[in-house]
Design a protein around this ligand. Sequence first.
Ligand code: ADP
Ligand code: ADP
Ligand code: ZN
Length: 213
Amino acid sequence: MKIVMLGAPGAGKGTQAKMIAEQYGIPHVSTGDIFRMNVKNGTALGMEAKAYMDKGELVPDELTVRILLDRVAQEDCKNGYVLDGFPRTIPQAEVLDAELTKLGDAIDYAINVDVPDENIIRRMSGRRACVGCGATYHIVHIPPKKEGICDKCGGELILRDDDKEETVKNRLNVYHAQTQPLIDFYTGKGVLKTVDGTVDSADVFAAIKSILG
Ligand code: ADP
Ligand code: ADP
Ligand code: ZN
């Protein structure tokens, strides 16, 4: 099963993608996580990506597509995957579609997690990410067992630099201009499914499970 997660920054794509990955036994592939890991390790890719990420802008398509295609070519992606944060532009979606078509394959579901902009700003200021393993929490909605400490690895929880309000506003503008058109793209392919992302994360997941079967 090959799944694409769509939705604004902070809509809950990552939260849901992790649950889908666990439930269906497929890898969770997040381009944002791949970029952040490279930033943390100080690689050339990380340095290039960081300049864009800090401004809330998109990393150029050519670089992003290369990273993503390398990742999904790995053995563990053979039986499917859930893509989180990719594609984010029409050209990215077109390249992915062309690569899959070459393999006689296609995306099975594009899950659009729908959350209005007003909710997003509030949600992002409460997001905390683990510096160790990248796990995400929310100080009110999805709190860790112990404040400031990751349940999974004991790492420190921080507010991501790009989750500060000014950057979030720019990311939302970028989302509406460049990523939202993917809703029409995947509607055209007959695979778009929209779920209400404003409800509790367990209820969002229940709605997704009823779509995926
Ligand atoms: P969120 O879902 O909270 O917006 P991500 O972790 O998916 O955040 O992405 C963080 C940043 O990484 C983005 O703002 C962008 O700069 C970069 N990025 C991630 N995925 C892509 C992509 N597919 N294309 C371009 N840039 C990307
Ligand atoms: P995305 O990957 O789309 O950027 P995340 O999954 O990181 O979004 O979620 C953004 C923030 O909102 C995180 O702090 C997360 O814990 C929280 N969150 C996720 N789903 C919900 C939900 N259904 N209700 C409230 N908060 C949520
Ligand atoms: Zn952790």
